[in-house]
Design a protein around this ligand. Sequence first.
Ligand code: F6R
Length: 612
Amino acid sequence: MCGIVGYVGYRRILPVLLDGLKRLEYRGYDSAGVTWPEEGGLMRVRAKGKLSVLEDTLEDYRSTKSKVGLGHTRWATHGEPTEENAHPHTDCTGELVVVHNGIIENYYSLREQLKKEGHRFMSETDTEVLAHLIEKYLDDDLEAAVRQALKDVTGAYALGVLWARRPDMLIAARKQSPLVLGISENETFMASDIPAILPYTREVIFLDDGEMAILTEQGISICSLENGQEIEKAPQQISWDAAMAEKSGYKHFMLKEIYEQPQAILNTFRGSIIPDTGEIELPEIGIETQTIQRLKRIVLLACGTSWHAGLIGKYWIEKWAGIPVEVDLASEFRYRDLLMDEDVLTIPISQSGETADTLAGLRIAKNLGSPIVSICNVLGSTITRESDGTVYTHAGPEIGVASTKAFTSQLTALYILALFLAQKRKSVSMQDAATYLKALMKVPGIIEEHLSKWHEHSRKLADEFYTKADFLYLGRHLQFPVALEGALKLKEISYIHAEGYAAGEMKHGPIALIDKDMPVVALVPGDHVYEKMISNVEEVKSRRGIVVALGRQEDEGLKRISNVMIGVPEADPMINPFLYTVPLQLIAYEIALARGCDVDQPRNLAKSVTVE
Ligand code: F6R
């Protein structure tokens, strides 16, 4: 959603804020703003549109010597993306500013009340009530006023506050929206996500719900929002470095991240598996072997692309561990009547570890007694902190809004977790586990070897089909969720209508869509449902649909009945989801590029969905 960055220290403020916002722009990009103390007051500059517009607007202010400030990049929830609605927002005096990520649910009643009390509102946002509420309680103790104001608020917030009369400090507060604090010598930082502060420090503290932090040049003190009591928190060391969050010569983050997949997959399984013996170690799993042995069911919980990873994980877990698996959309799960207890394991899957629905689902499952093992890419994120254990994906920071390397890393984590559970339940022999692990180990090499060829094919395919209005993606078994993911990638970055379907469902409706203008992307590996897929391709063909097939390089029969074919090497069927996903990512990327779309920052989307 929105991105917040704040700094107190010895560096000139504007480069720090702009650099931080650039690294957070994936969270929202419809408007942006910054603020800093200047000559006893506060300077505030905001602009509608991408960060580059704000940067241009700031040209005249480059000489500011201020060393304290706040910045914000917005993804609109309340009020259109305009300059007036861009953060920071001020109180009536203009001496107090806030930046906010989240939603203030009772903003309307607060706003009406504050208006009656004489406060004047300048925007349509929910955030502005926070500035006026703090003003209402502000005497000369900013910390007390922030604490008091937040007692009146329901909803979610990560908040940054700056007051002209205390130009040496910032206040941060959190409830249900992420906020990370950074510490270095004589400087401190706040940000919605780690990449914003990586160029300066790797020492971080994750603020928890109900906590407030006071940032000064000398350091950070944390207290409870409830009662003001001091909270001791030791900083953690982050292993990511700043280069990992840069484009490194690639045209887009998405492309870089597609190309990083061999390394991300390798990093995710490396250290956890011994392929020769079949052993798997997951030291942060957080649950006992006895718990695993008595499991009656597993619930995989996620949103979007992470949900697709879960759909694939189901096949592996059921096959190897013999435990029934449900895969739930977190936004549906949280409002269902749930049948769960301590014998049902919940596995939330989330790249960011901050997705609001997934987190809410996790909490509900936990309250029902379910043990929680999350799959997550961000160390210290809320989902990992609220889980009993975590299997980390080691994809590094994912900046492109469309998830790519996080997805294949989630598949890797699910694959080894499925085998781990199977071993603990003795439902798979060590020998078989070793065979499956050896298959997994081949994945990075196969992808590496075929990336440029797939990329080349995707360019050609994009040239031919980028004007099409609709695409259908078909797959069976493990390739069904891959088809869903391929369609999602295409629609979110190219704005082409695309649907993924289980190929066997085609006759039950979607076949009516097929005509000479409709490309149908068919995923046809040589697995046990190969013949069925071939029949589906024939059915498309006989209705004059355009067949774009992904199948075994040497499959001449498939080549003959396809209009275009992209070859994928033959491999153990269990690893096919990895191999069939990557060309689909490249197809989406090249089509979006051909249509002139903003690949890394598609319209209406944001990377981290921390509101419902
Ligand atoms: C699509 C995409 C989203 C995310 C979803 C969940 O490319 O990135 O569908 O997968 O918003 O996000 P996480 O995994 O952070 O919980």
